[in-house]
Ligand binder design. Structure first.
Ligand code: HDE
Length: 725
């Protein structure tokens, strides 16, 4: 079993960087929260993530084929009237096989259709009963099985993983008091502040209704028409453009619950919280050119990455934490905590770690598990309660409705992946595909015929769910948004301020790409007007590539100097390189190259990364040919001495023209660490790449190993790219 090395260094990392806001949050001190388990001591996963699913698994090894009703059959050939005659209606085997095929699909999710899932285990760091009655947080070391599904939002089920998009981060805890879902995303905010706008948002972002173009992309008129009219979206748009839209992998993104929730104790005392999953792999993102190439070369990049990591035992890990604040602090941070388009900077309310999730098991059947899982923000357990965030409130309806539509009936909670670990007892009955056999004939409450059972459970009886007793609601009915939600520009301004110059350039380039696709001059101008309210320099730089737009004078109403240290993705080295991909470029025509590749391959694999030796043919020791390989396959790459010839000549019928050189040049252009052992540096001269940060030349493989270990942690060398003057 693996030990968890990185966590101890990540605990207690709340670094204060000039707090721009009015008042600090309620930080849970260690004493407040009970003893936290030493993270290094959580070594053993004792709970099997799939134990409760095992009874539903079908094992087809060494058995005869049967119909769905169990009759052994031969279904390889249909029943005909003569070998050359027509197929007969009588053929129940044929009919069942075809009919089952015709019905294989259910409607894909209207959003988040493309995703990948995995099982894991959550371990609580301590006894948190002083802030919540949630049983999965009640004891140090308590383990709870989990399922997680990560996704893009806009693309269809078969779209590319590396599309620029917000990413879903939906987590289910199979707790011993029922299922609890945090259905979050990889940014702390959402586009809109009222769920009634969701269909508008999604209609604007999805492909055009006439020609279904573009797929999985926001770079079109309707999206920017919406963003420039519904300006609550600007905060999220800025984060997506600054790198959050193109994560390197699902493993390298954080997750956020986004809305404010309540934690409630057994006694009914409540605090407000924001949920956060911190990736212990660190945050890392693609560059846009790389993401686009990845989409074309390997549309399964993200699902493959997490699958391979889990198969190799490089179990990805996230730390669950909460920002905790008081009921009285709802308006204390300069905005309204019920507005999901705003986040509380971690300098203002640091994150209190609660436990750790380790994903350690891949699903066995994509449809049965990853496709059929039906997350709902309404899957909630005792000790947790909602807030009046209007988007959360709307979601409580929509997800249930979406599952009904996808399953065509109300028994979707009976699918193995949706069943709770604990028995269910209620008077819900019948419906399509009922899989239980309810035996209670008094399916109503109150009853005497079943001795009053199932009994009602509540705060004091039966350990039941309860609404926080101090939740207050008052006010006249009104179809209006709170004025405390009105500022749509101060936070995107803070996001912009918090980016390094290189990241600002990434955001500018991203917006140049996106807005270059806008045909309507009105939409272009509207968008420039809106980002001018974030920053005049940003607006001017984006507008540089457009025609027919005027950059208005600075609109300083919302300009501020606030910053947070927690937004920047590229400024922080990764805590670990485990599970990254590394390429060693070699040539089968050089013994020197092949023997160096074999040695280096072993040395680099010892760093806990996936190493591929690339050469012309798949002789032993080669993992990828130049016919198949591309720079997107590697987070870093090294050229072996003896292989220089293929960079100089670059022509061989065994691979596309100039491919080896192209791999090297693109890896450099995607900001990756690249290097050469010994004489192989001549390949770099040919590629026009000089030695500089992230470009390593050495005669010593030991030096290269340590250079690359550091280089892969740096991940992207942004100083290679020009900044606007
Ligand atoms: Fe979702 N969302 N959403 N959403 N969402 C769905 O539910 C919806 C929102 C999120 O991997 C759908 O089961 C409304 C915020 C994730 O299975 C649907 C609103 C956040 C997933 C739906 C929101 C999310 C969904 C599609 C109000 C982040 C994928 C199928 C504005 C905090 C879950 C389904 C998975 C999926 C509706 C807003 C995240 C249609 C009405 C905010 C991660 O019901």
């Amino acid at each position: 079993m693996r030990s968890f090395l990185f966590l101890s260094s990540l605990l207690g990392t709340a670094v204060a960087v000039g707090c721009p806001f009015m008042s600090g949050g309620l930080h849970a001190r260690e004493g407040d929260l009970g003893k936290r388990q030493n993270a290094d001591s959580i070594e053993e996963t004792t709970i099997s993530t799939q134990e409760f699913l095992a009874p539903f698994e079908l094992n087809d090894t060494n058995v005869y084929m049967t119909t769905d009703s169990g009759t052994p059959i031969d279904e390889a050939v249909s029943l005909k009237g003569g070998v050359r005659g027509p197929t007969l209606l009588e053929d129940f085997i044929f009919r069942q096989k075809l009919q089952r095929f015709d019905h294989e699909r259910i409607p894909e999710r209207p959003v988040h259709a493309r995703g990948a899932g995995a099982y894991g285990v959550f371990t609580s760091y301590g006894d948190f009963t002083n802030i919540t009655a949630a049983s999965f947080l009640s004891e140090e070391g308590k383990q709870t099985p989990m399922f997680v599904r990560m996704s893009t939002v806009i693309g269809e089920r078969g779209s590319v993983d590396s599309a620029r998009d917000v990413h879903g981060f939906a987590t289910r805890f199979y707790t011993d008091e029922g299922n609890f879902d945090i259905v979050g995303i990889n940014v702390p905010i959402f586009f809109i502040n009222d769920a009634i706008l969701f269909p508008d948002l999604i209609h604007a972002l999805k492909p055009s209704p006439d020609n279904q173009i573009p797929q999985a992309a926001t770079a079109h008129d309707s999206a920017y028409d919406f963003f420039s009219q519904e300006t609550s979206a600007l905060n999220l748009v800025m984060m997506v453009m600054a790198g959050y839209g193109v994560p390197r992998s699902y493993r390298h993104m954080d997750g956020w619950g986004v809305h404010t929730y309540r934690l409630v104790t057994n006694e009914g005392a409540s605090v407000l919280v924001k949920w956060h999953w911190k990736s212990l792999q660190g945050k890392a993102s693609f560059l846009w050119e790389e993401a686009q190439a990845t989409g074309g070369k390997n549309s399964d990049f993200h699902r493959e990455d997490i699958w391979n990591a889990i198969e190799a035992g490089f179990y990805p890990e996230w730390e669950l934490g909460v920002q905790i604040f008081n009921e009285s602090q709802q308006l204390a941070f300069g905005f309204d905590v019920l507005d999901p388009t705003k986040f509380i900077p971690e300098e203002v309310v640091p994150i209190t770690p609660l436990g750790k999730m380790v994903l350690n098991t891949n699903p066995k059947n994509y449809f049965a598990e990853t496709e059929q899982i039906g997350f709902q923000p309404g899957h909630i357990v005792r000790g947790i309660d909602f807030s009046d965030d209007p988007v959360l409130q709307g979601r409580l309806y929509s997800y249930l409705d979406a599952q009904l539509n996808r399953y065509g009936g109300p028994n979707f909670e009976q699918a193995p992946v949706n069943r709770p670990r604990v028995p269910i007892h209620n008077n819900n009955r019948d419906g399509k595909a009922q899989a239980y056999i309810p035996t209670n004939i008094a399916a109503y409450s109150p009853n005497t015929l079943n001795f009053g059972s199932p009994m009602e459970a509540n705060q004091t009886t039966g350990n039941g769910f309860f609404t926080a007793p101090n939740r207050l609601v008052s006010g006249a009915l009104t179809r209006a948004l709170s004025p405390t939600f009105a500022d749509h520009w101060s936070q995107p301004r803070m996001v912009w301020n918090s980016l390094s110059p290189a990241e600002q350039q990434i955001a500018v380039n991203a917006l140049r790409f996106e807005t270059s696709h806008i045909v309507s001059t009105t939409v272009r101008q509207n968008f420039i007007n809106q980002i001018n309210r974030i920053d005049n320099n940003l607006a001017a730089r984006v507008a540089q590539v457009l025609v027919d737009v005027t950059v208005p004078p600075p609109d300083t109403t919302y300009y501020n100097n606030n910053k947070t240290a927690y937004i920047s993705i590229f400024s922080n080295p990764l805590p670990t390189i485990q599970g990254l991909n590394f390429g060693i470029l070699a040539s089968v025509y050089s013994n020197q190259s092949m023997s160096q590749a074999a040695t280096l391959s072993k040395q680099f694999a010892d760093l806990g990364i996936f190493v591929s030796v690339v050469a012309e043919t798949m002789v032993p020791g080669v993992n990828l040919t130049y016919s198949a390989a591309d720079a997107i396959d590697f987070d870093g790459l090294l050229v072996t001495p003896g292989s220089e010839g293929i960079f100089i000549n670059g022509t061989s019928p065994l691979y596309p023209l100039g491919r080896p050189l192209q791999i090297l040049q693109n890896a450099y252009a995607y900001g990756k660490p690249v290097g050469a052992l010994g004489t192989a540096s001549t390949a770099f001269q040919l590629a026009g790449i000089a030695e500089r940060s992230g470009v390593y030349f050495s005669n010593s493989s030991a030096t290269l190993l340590s250079d690359f270990e550091a280089g892969l942690k740096t991940f992207k060398f942004l100083d290679r790219f020009p900044l606007d003057a």
